[in-house]
Design a binder for this molecule. Structure first.
Ligand code: C2E
Ligand code: CA
Ligand code: CA
Length: 411
């Protein structure tokens, strides 16, 4: 793999450990700059001074350091809104690491992974592969490069793309743990850019949401996903399709009716469409949102609580709205096998879903291990790279035709 031009900063008071990390990075062919710091204060100074092509992309951070420890460093990182990703490397046990994980999330720090020392080459590689260039608009230096760095887009350009319907759903299969069969797919937005090719959601969703323009995209996705669902049914694949619904959209009192119309027009019974909503404590216009959700449910749509467990979800909302599915966030699912903390969260989420008589889906199932763990815990549905990555409609149709449950059921 090529280096992708990433710049690193390794923060650790132990010289030997800094050296080890550097060596692993070099062995992974990351040939760009690797800076070093022995504590948080020094690291912040380096971050402040690095800019342009030298700007740091990924910081490796120890927790226990003199002067400024890792926790304080993470707080400053969050407050400074620095556009960097973080990897925690620490000699502490999983319990502390997972507490810091939550803390980093609360400070809006992008955490790629956390591991106990000594960190392995394989671990580092998989953490780094999670790195996505920051909010594109805030990071214009990451212009479209030949090595796969993401281009950034002005809101006008994104809106132009929406007006021209340049967005396509990519489909990621959902598989039933018991039968091993495909039961649905999540439609994930991709911008098929005339110059830059396929662009992932982090480059446009936030900009559309913040500027109050997400509805245009939502309806393109819904229309295309419903048409795809029709096509799948016609080919004999009687599965459901999930579409992501932004909370902001729920404030429109006519939303439920508009959605119902689009789906019916495509010749699809709403029971085959699942709307995934991420709950938020900052939910505005609660009454209108609840009205929309209730009406959607009444029309037969499935409603899924997306990203469950990330802190923005909360139980009260769930009992107020008739959700039909709980989707455990991938941050709890990935590598849950053997991690006591993650297993507790996952297991209690499954139990709660079942007590509420709704189905439970795990996203981010990447390995056979995690598949087995979740199946044993009684989770209903799996979604993740272990089964397949999101793909365009033509590939997904082929996937459905060629799929055999043996792929996942044979141990
Ligand atoms: P999400 O709804 O949580 O979607 C799951 C994300 O996890 C997808 O990223 C998917 O590609 C990725 N994923 C699936 N399985 C695995 C796995 O095994 N391992 C790992 N590491 N990742 C996995 P994607 O497609 O980049 O979408 C990112 C987010 O963008 C979505 O997160 C969703 O919040 C948002 N999004 C995507 N399409 C739409 C849309 O049409 N409307 C709205 N409002 N948001 C959308
Ligand atoms: Ca989703
Ligand atoms: Ca998620």
């Amino acid at each position: 793999m090529s280096s992708d031009g990433l710049n690193f900063l390794v923060v650790d008071d132990d010289e030997l450990l800094r050296l080890t990390t550097k060596n692993i990075l070099r062995s992974l062919a990351y040939t760009n700059s690797i800076s070093e710091a022995t504590n948080g204060a020094q690291a912040l100074e380096i971050l402040r001074q690095s800019s342009g092509a030298q700007a740091i992309d990924i910081v490796f951070c120890d927790l226990n350091m003199p002067e400024m420890d890792g926790m304080e460093f993470i707080r400053h990182l969050g407050e400074s809104r620095a556009e960097v990703s973080l990897i925690i490397v620490s000699s502490h046990d999983d319990t502390l690491i997972s507490a810091v994980r939550k803390m980093a999330a609360a400070y809006n720090v992008r955490l790629l992974g956390a591991a106990q020392k000594p960190v392995s080459r394989k671990n580092l590689e998989s953490f780094i592969s999670e790195h996505k260039p920051a909010n594109a608009a805030a990071n214009p230096r990451k212009a479209a490069g030949p090595k796969g760095t993401a281009p950034s887009f002005a809101l006008e350009e994104i809106l132009q793309g929406v007006a021209e319907k340049q967005f396509e759903p990519f489909y990621q299969p959902k598989v039933n743990f018991k039968t091993g069969l495909i039961c649905g797919a999540e439609a994930l937005a991709r911008w098929i850019h005339t110059q830059h090719g396929v662009i992932a959601p982090y480059a446009f969703i936030e900009a559309l949401e913040k500027s109050g323009n997400i509805d245009g995209l939502t309806f393109i996705m819904l229309e295309k996903a419903a048409a795809a669902c029709r096509l799948l049914h016609d080919k004999g694949h009687l599965i459901s399709v999930s579409v992501n619904l932004s909370l902001n959209s729920l404030t429109d009192p006519l939303l439920a009716e508009k959605i119902t119309q689009v789906v019916r027009k495509a010749g699809i019974d709403p029971k085959y469409i699942i709307l995934e909503v991420t709950e938020s404590s900052t939910m505005t216009a609660v009454a209108a949102s609840l009205e929309n959700l209730a009406r959607l449910r009444m029309h037969g749509f499935g409603l899924s609580i997306d990203d469950y467990g990330t802190g923005s979800s909360n139980i009260q909302q769930m009992t107020r709205v008739a959700f039909s599915e709980l989707k455990i966030d991938q941050s709890f699912v990935k590598n849950c096998t053997g991690n006591k903390e993650l297993c507790i969260v996952v297991k209690s989420s499954i139990e709660m879903a079942h007590k509420l008589k709704i189905s439970c889906i795990a996203e981010g199932v990447e390995t056979r291990h995690d598949w087995n763990t979740l199946r044993e815990m009684g989770c209903d549905t799996a979604q993740g790279y272990f089964i397949a990555r999101p793909m365009n409609l033509a590939s997904f149709m082929d996937f459905c035709s060629e799929y055999s449950s043996e792929k996942v059921l044979t141990a």
